[in-house]
Write a protein that binds this ligand. Structure first.
Ligand SMILES: Nc1nc2c(ncn2[C@@H]2O[C@H](COP(=O)(O)OP(=O)(O)O)[C@@H](O)[C@H]2O)c(=O)[nH]1
Ligand SMILES: [Mg+2]
Length: 304
């Protein structure tokens, strides 16, 4: 996450500049106008309405209780509150393991958010941990998608199960799970399509892929990782809600946080989707995937 540090995530400097140019604002207590300005900043930074209201109500109450006397008090209070809001249940970096056989991980999300890249990055990470990884190219829809994953697999030196372009993605997923079991893999990472002729078609297809996997290995998929682009703000929240109606995600991968000044989207996503954030994407190379750390993200959002 250090990579993000220099970027324009600094909500704090903007809060200070716009709302609290001098600490006298705190001494007299934040007034309605200060709070409105903070509210506007949070909305602009893509925190979304629920998280914004939560934060401003928290600040208002803290000031009323006399807990905030200096801007440093304010910064620390905001950081603590954001950490709470971002913290999810479970160990963000741990991929769920069944009692026997490989972990089956389904990676879903709309076109262009970074699914295929995230599959490769996750493969790299697991490989580093000594895991035997198999990739599955179940995006049979987009021209070039299979080749893209195959290139990553070659680079990683891991097997990749694929089918014919335009073929049935559920069949590819089925074959991959079977290969994962018979080849004694630790993890099978299944890449999927993010766009079909219609949204209903995409959702129906994902549902089918999940069902087929579950028939092959009871309890699978063990993880459903929903990839969302952290730079598109409220659109990501909407996408997340749509996908969650079809296959309940076990975690989020929020990508492209390296290029955005609107990192508040991570807070909106955590708050509005109620799915833990597991990993973040911070660039285009294989190593640009980090295990999500709520405390560090909060500090980043409120750093100088
Ligand atoms: N800057 C940045 N680019 C990313 C990140 N993740 C993916 N990308 C880029 O986003 C584009 C789409 O990625 P891809 O994995 O093909 O998306 P998919 O359609 O969801 O499979 C590619 O150019 C990736 O290099 C990230 O964390 N940061
Ligand atoms: Mg893809």
């Amino acid at each position: 996450m250090d990579r993000l540090a220099g970027k324009k995530l600094s909500l704090w400097s903007r809060i200070k500049r716009l709302a609290l140019t001098d600490v006298r604002a705190l001494a007299r207590g934040l007034n309605a106008q200060d709070l409105e300005q903070i509210e506007r900043l949070l909305i602009e930074a893509d925190f979304g309405v629920p998280a914004t209201l939560d934060l401003t109500e928290f600040l208002e109450a803290s000031v009323r209780q006399g807990k905030l006397k200096t801007d440093e008090d304010l910064r620390l209070a905001l950081t603590a509150r954001l950490t709470d809001m971002l913290t999810g249940p479970g160990d963000a970096g741990a991929i769920a393991r069944p009692a026997a056989g490989p972990s089956i991980v389904l990676v879903i999300g709309v076109n262009g958010v970074g699914k295929t890249t995230s599959v490769a990055k996750l493969g790299r990470r697991l490989q580093r941990d000594g895991k035997r990884v198999l990739l599955a190219a179940a995006d049979t829809y987009r021209a070039g998608a299979i080749a893209q994953l195959q290139v990553w697999a070659e680079r990683l030196g891991v097997p990749c199960v694929s089918g014919a372009s335009g073929g049935d993605p559920a069949a590819v997923a089925f074959d991959a799970v079977e290969a994962g079991v018979s080849r004694d893999m630790d993890v099978v990472l299944i890449d999927t399509a993010g766009r079909l002729h219609t949204q209903d078609g995409l959702m129906a297809e994902l549902g089918k892929v999940a069902r087929v996997i579950g028939r092959k290995v009871p309890g699978a998929p063990h993880e459903v990782l929903l990839v969302l682009d952290g730079s598109v703000g409220q659109n990501a929240v909407q996408q997340g809600k749509l996908f969650a109606q079809v296959v309940k995600p076990t975690g989020l991968i929020v990508t492209k946080l390296d290029g955005t000044a609107r990192g508040g989207a991570v807070v909106a996503l955590r708050r509005e989707l109620d799915v833990p954030i597991r990993f973040i994407g911070t660039g285009e190379t294989l190593d640009d995937l980090e295990v999500f750390d709520a405390g560090r993200m909060a500090e980043m959002l409120v750093s100088e």
